[in-house]
Design a protein around this ligand. Sequence first.
Ligand code: COA
Length: 463
Amino acid sequence: MAAGIDDIAIYIPRLYVDAADFARGRGLDPAKLQKGLGVSQMAIVDTNQDPACLAANACLRIMQRNKLSPEDIGRLYVSTESSFDESKAMNSYVIGMLEQVYGQGAFEHCGGVETKFACVSGSYALYDNTNWIRAGEAEGKHALVVVSDIAKYDLGSSGEMTQGAGSVAMLLNDNPRLLAFDPKVTSTSIKDEYDFYRPFGKETPIVHGQYSNLLYLIQVRKALEAYKKKAISTGIIKLKDDETILDHIDFLNMHLPYANMGKKALAYLVRHEWRTLPRWKNIIEKIGMSEPIPKDPRGTIESVLGDQEFMEKDHEFTKMFTKTEEYQEVYESKLASSLIASTMIGNLYTASLYLGFRSSLEFEYQKGTSLAGTRVGFGSYGSGSSAMVFSGVIQEEFEEIVKDMNLESEIGPRKKLTIEEYEALHENKLGVTDSMLQPKKEFVLTEINSSVGSGERRYIFNE
Ligand code: COA
């Protein structure tokens, strides 16, 4: 049975910090953010927004656009790493909000949980719900998988320039108009790691940035190796001599903590895949240097990062490799469109990969690329750590959905924050009711009960 993504909706907070203003505020060169990381604007939540209301707003958009009633939804999962409750699941908050519009008890039949595994949990939720549909358990109903996060790092930390916020709701069913997932190829890798984590009670994570960058690459490569074996053994991809699995994936979406991480990941995976092929000889000749090898090729991530000579040479090699016309062709045709939204919005943790997918659909369609029947690959990574690689095929009916996509109008009119306003929001100096914007037709947070033994949250739908 086919199963996959029928429609996709986004909700992005309309407050933002401009990268150039931010850089000036921190004494940094704006080019480090704009060129070095690929960050132009970072979406920031208002005082009356939390990840649950971002998720509810994305859900409402997808339900209204498809004229769905609660009866049509069999499962509602929310994946997040910005959870504010250790026990009560975020999907219950979302259902509470949706029932303000659809009537109390309207979602009573609808099961689901909140899933957590840093930025990869949405991919696990998609996989589980796809299999719920494939198993014939859905009885004609849809599943809603919502990925929703606020990427917030300590003031002055190196992660602070890679913040953002937003939510992506994906409607899954057995007759998807957008993308049908390839069966029996989804592959994972997992390892107990401390590259990025947020112990109980902390609002911001503890991050080992360069360590997590390298771990991301290694884990995704391992999952890609497993994917390759499955794709060949199931017969969905047949490799000829001098071909790599990436030659058969038309568009790649990578987890995007910042846009240029997608470029880094693509370069790393392409190098890995091409290294053993005849075409590599030509590339090495063009670059004019052999590929650097760490002093201890079987060493730990720390030993590789500590091998300064290797790190510098590898950096130089990567820069030259990414300038070759062979790499540029792969980058422009398979990845570039997926990075546009990330540059405008920033990091969405679990939602970054799917905002990237949404971005590639809109901007490839605008270029006039023929999308039906093309294969889309996904490289999902969550710190802590686990990677998942999977793929799907764009369906003939995709145009029904993609023709109306317009990132700018879906975000809506944005308000640029001064650094002082941003810092006041970041440090929680304002109350829930001191919001900078008064949105219409949206769910907002109205109260967090601060009395001892409470902590209950109240939301309303702003008419
Ligand atoms: N002009 C242009 N580019 C510049 C620059 C300038 N003035 N200064 C630096 N850069 C480039 C660097 O060369 C680098 O590019 P490269 O990776 O292609 O070499 C890029 O900007 C980032 O600079 P770097 O020194 O690596 O940044 P950093 O160490 O201060 O912070 C992160 C980068 C990603 C480690 C940090 O933002 C972070 O910790 N983020 C959160 C964790 C995260 O996102 N992990 C990813 C895996 S999930």
